[in-house]
Design a protein around this ligand. Sequence first.
Ligand SMILES: [Zn+2]
Length: 258
Amino acid sequence: MKRLVLQELSYPELAEHLDEIELAMVPTGSQEQHGPNLTFATDTDRAYELAKLLGEKFFPRVLICAPVTYGISHHHMNFPGTITLQPETFSNILVDIAKSIKHHGINKILFQNAHGGNRSALGVAITRIQFELDMQAAWIGSGTDLSSDFWKEKGLSEIRGHACEGEVSQCMYLAPWLVKEQKLERGKLKKTPYQKRRWWGNVPWKFDHLTENGALGDATKATRELGEEMTQLILKRIGWFISEYFFNEPAPEENKLD
Ligand SMILES: [Zn+2]
């Protein structure tokens, strides 16, 4: 399958297609603990591999840029190895990337995010990019936030979203090098109000207050098949968004939503 992935191209190869590119996609991840189940590269590689599949779907109209490999992970700092940026640093990086994209004549940018901790700063960045740089900007998730109905239907863990069966399954399908197959553990949840999931406020939870081993959900239930099914659904939903919002045209039959 053909795709335009910046890290796989020379500049003359890119230049051949520059006129056809309408949208730049930038994956955003983290360097963050994922329990015993997955490596520190999880969010970055998961976002990047998903973005590459979208690059194939939309060749040559979408350019896939290199991922932002660090994110906002203050809430995981009590687990060894996690590295965090400050929210301002992270959003400034995204704005700088957008400026460069615009310099090369591409006026639309979509951040493909795979890390929950980045959400608020992504909101700040797309607001600045849209209104200060006069570009069309958005961000979209890569996992559970795009498939909660699917999770319900499959009867998977209610407390999920990090190193859980969903994320591990998606990695088994998209980026199996991230998965510690022999070490998979169910999340060892601590008793906190977080588990009630009935909140009207937003709280910056610390992960070591929520879980002993750094995981949520139950990674022992993860399968490649589940990951494939979930990823295909997510690709369809992101595909719909790209067509309808960025290209202002009806989504192709394969991405039509019910
Ligand atoms: Zn993750």
